[in-house]
Write a protein that binds this ligand. Structure first.
Ligand code: MN3
Length: 201
């Protein structure tokens, strides 16, 4: 199947002032589009992969033929990770639903301690990659992945992610990654994260 760049669930300017319009537009129409195109190009001659969803392909990356595996891991990963990221954000943030709030408090001590751990993970990630809240079995964990690698490949269930590639913040924040991470907390779609949690716990 031909994988299509998904539409954003809000306008490019909707996450202002936290994530700026120009960055959102370029990130979606250039970066995400490029991952999508290269992913499609990499798998276009493979009839087996054509029947799988992008998530399934990333989950079972070891079954992808060696000669296209790196291209699929990078571009299929980029395709899936960004689609997941846009869905994790909202211009109309609400309180963290009780089910997720209690689970985060139980695991990390408090919501502030969870945010601190996730932020710290984003700030210490060297080079390009992502920070994630995942379910690893029954356990909530904060993890990093390099480049466009996905927790799906490690058998983990992603609940929330943050892009820490420079292209996601450089236009507005330049080298100030801490400010970008701080801004992120104002636009997390907690209802979406909770849906993912309840579906998989
Ligand atoms: Mn990106």
């Amino acid at each position: 199947m031909e994988h299509k760049l998904p539409k954003l669930p809000y306008d490019y300017a909707a996450l202002e002032p936290h994530f700026d319009e120009e960055t959102m537009r370029i990130h979606h129409t250039k970066h995400h589009q490029a991952y999508t195109d290269k992913f499609n190009a990499a798998i276009k001659d493979n009839t087996l992969l054509a029947e799988k969803t992008a998530e399934e392909i990333i989950r079972t990356i070891s079954e992808v033929p060696k000669e296209i595996r790196t291209a699929v891991q990078n571009n299929g990963g980029g395709f899936v990770n960004h689609s997941f990221f846009w869905e994790s954000l909202t211009p109309e943030q609400k309180e963290i639903p009780k089910e997720l709030k209690e689970a985060l408090e139980e695991t990390f001590g408090s919501i502030d301690e969870f945010k601190e751990k996730f932020s710290e993970s984003a700030l210490t990630l060297f080079g390009s990659g992502w920070v994630w809240l995942v379910l690893d079995g029954e356990e909530l964990k904060v993890i990093q992945t390099k480049n466009q690698d996905s927790p799906l490949t490690e058998g983990k269930i992603p609940l929330l992610n943050l892009d820490v590639w420079e292209h996601s913040y450089y236009l507005k924040y330049q080298n100030r990654r801490p400010d970008y991470v701080k801004a992120f907390w104002n636009i997390v779609n907690w209802e979406k994260v909770t849906d993912r949690f309840l579906l998989n716990k």
